[in-house]
Structures are given as C-alpha cells and as structure tokens.
Design a protein around this ligand. Structure first.
Ligand code: URA
Length: 351
C-alpha cells in the first residue's frame, strides 16, 4: 500500500518535471498567453489518475498493422456497417471481446519502443509559430448562424439539452451554404459517436465514403481510427468524432483556409457543448483548424496544445497517413498513451 503510494507519487513527480522541462524549452509556442492555463488544463482534469502498474503495462495497437492501400481521407475502401447499426452511443471502455477482436499481438518494433519509460514527451526548442490563425479574406470570414450564436450566448448544462442543441446545429449544417464545398456534397458529415464523451477526435474533412454515408471516418482510415480507439479502451461509438469541415473537398484535396474558417463556428459550437477533457487532432489540417498553427504535424505531434485556452489538444498523425506509413504507428501510440495518462486511463491488456 505504502509502496504503491510512493510509486504513484514518483510517477506524478516525474510527469510534472517532464512537463515543466518541456514548457521551459518550448516557451509560448502554441500556448495561450498565460502558460499556466495549459498546466492547469492538463492537471485539473486528471492528476495522472490511473494505477501506476497498469499505466506501465501499455502494449500498443499492433492490430493496426492490417495492410491497407493508400487512402487519403479514407475514401474508396471496404464497406462499413450500416449507419443505424452504429448509431447507439456505446459506453466506454469497450467490451473485452470487442477489444480482443480488434488486435493481434504487438509488433516487435512497437514492443521495443514501448519498453521505454512513459513520460510526457519533451520536444526540442522551436521558433514561435508565425501566425495564430490562417489568413482569411473579410468576405470569407464566417458569420455566426442562429444556432451557433445562441450557443455562444448560453451553454446549457444538462446533458439532454446539450445533445438537443447539437442536433440543432447538425440540422443547420445540413443546409449550410457558407462556402463552395456545399456545391459538391452528397451529404454533410457532422459527427458520429457519443456527444457526452470525455474525448473528441477531430479529423480533416469527409472523404468519398463519408460523403456518401453522411458519417465521419467510415472508410479505411476510419477503420484504422476505430482500432486506435479500441486500443485506448473505448468503443468507436463511445467517443465523439468529427471534422474541421463538414463537406467533402473535391478530389479529397485539403480544405482551403477560407473553407475551414467558414466551418469553424460549427466545430466551436460542438466543442463548447461537448466540453471534452481532451481533443485528439488527427493530422496537420485538424491542428491548423483548431489552433491556427501552420507548423508541420511531425513537429506538432506528441506535444500538448490548448484549444481556446482551456481544452488540451494532443496532435497526432492522421490514420490515412498511417495507412501509407505504418511505421508511424509507434509515434501515434505514444501520443494516445499520453492522452490516456492525462485521462487517468490504463491501456487494455490485449495479450
Ligand atoms: N478523414 C478525415 O479526416 N475525416 C473523415 O471523416 C474521413 C477521413
């Protein structure tokens, strides 16, 4: 008992020290004016809560090794289950059988990487980010629609009301014409999963399958994302998943800054209502849409950022990138473990 407490305290001290070292080295990069806000945001929701032994027993997500073709934004892959089957928001963590089905034994490379001690990632010093927001012309600047404006005014507290407001915004998005992306869409793609989740995954924008089905991450990248989520001990329907833009950019190109800006009030409303403890930003465009940085994802990943001065963001590689570069799964798993540590969760044992 005393030993366990001592171990817990040592872990806590190590992670606080790692954070402070990291913060001293990186300065204000990507942080709010008051750096203590990030510290507070990271400390407030979870003082490294999971049991230490379990925290060290994390094993990676080798099931992600499934071969897959290059698939920008997940388009063109195997068909997924009908939307209705997936609509019920699942409780987290997942049923052990579901987890077991999703994974195979860890890849040796991952095992080697994971043998290293778990601690907050420390990045080398970097120059300050050039500009806090992508440049957008005045004409393209977003104007808040009625639902988004109402949300900004008063945030409901009851879960029922928050869910109801999210439905209103989804309704508003369905008829949105604020940017040219609406011209090519089949469906708007608002979200999937649990709107009361403590964790939100934000991607770039819908691909071909998402546009067809009206749900985010249902193509090959989505299947990989589901495995990442299961590796963290959640069910795919137990977390909330959405995108920076709600309509498919033509030919799966990246959304333009003006398109991202036009859509951003919707995402802001979603996040304000969900109030997650952590946002996982999938890929550079997601981080750019959330905090405005134009820094590359290779530099950003694994380093905590803050959304609107309060919600911690963990940037990581997009699952579509992992389909092309499976070697990068090691880094992604390290980022996801950092998220789990922050949430006080231990990784499930997948034998
Ligand atoms: N990639 C994304 O960024 N979002 C999706 O919804 C699907 C693929």
């Amino acid at each position: 008992m005393v030993e366990a407490l001592r171990e817990e305290l040592a872990d806590l001290t190590a992670s606080v020290r790692a954070f402070l070292e990291w913060h001293a080295m990186t300065g204000a990069d990507g942080l709010p004016g008051d750096p203590s806000a990030l510290h507070e945001a990271l400390g407030a929701s979870s003082p490294e809560g999971g049991p230490p032994a379990a925290r060290r027993a994390e094993r990676g997500f080798a099931g992600l090794d499934a071969p897959a073709p290059a698939a920008p934004r997940g388009g063109g892959g195997a068909a997924s289950a009908p939307a209705a089957q997936r609509s019920a928001a699942g409780a987290s963590p997942a049923h052990p059988e579901q987890r077991a089905a999703a994974f195979s034994p860890p890849h040796p490379e991952q095992r080697a990487a994971e043998a290293q001690p778990a601690r907050a990632p420390v990045q080398p010093p970097r120059a300050p980010e050039p500009s806090p927001r992508p440049a957008v012309s005045a004409a393209a600047a977003p104007r808040a629609e009625p639902a988004a404006r109402a949300l900004a005014a008063a945030q409901p507290e009851s879960p029922e009301e928050r869910v109801a407001r999210l439905s209103l915004i989804a309704e508003e998005v369905r008829t949105c014409q604020k940017c040219p992306l609406h011209e090519g869409r089949t469906h708007t793609v608002f979200s999937r999963g649990n709107p009361l989740s403590e964790i939100v995954f934000v991607g770039e924008g819908p691909g071909a399958e998402e546009d067809q089905q009206g749900e985010p991450f249902v193509g090959p990248a989505g299947q990989l994302l589901d495995k990442m989520i299961a590796a963290m001990g959640y069910h795919r329907d137990g977390v909330y998943i959405c995108n920076i833009v709600k309509c498919r950019p033509p030919k799966n190109r990246k959304p333009e800054p003006a398109e991202m800006a036009a859509c951003s009030p919707y995402l802001a409303s979603q996040l304000a209502l969900i109030k997650p403890k952590v946002i996982v930003a999938l890929g550079a465009t997601a981080v750019q849409g959330l905090i405005g940085t134009t820094e590359g994802i290779t530099k950003l990943r694994g380093t905590w950022k803050l959304y609107k001065g309060s919600i911690p963001i963990m940037p990581t590689f997009h699952p579509a990138y992992l389909l092309r570069q499976p070697g990068a799964k090691r880094e992604v798993w390290s980022d996801l473990k950092e998220v789990m540590r922050h949430l006080g969760k231990s990784a499930p044992d997948r034998g």
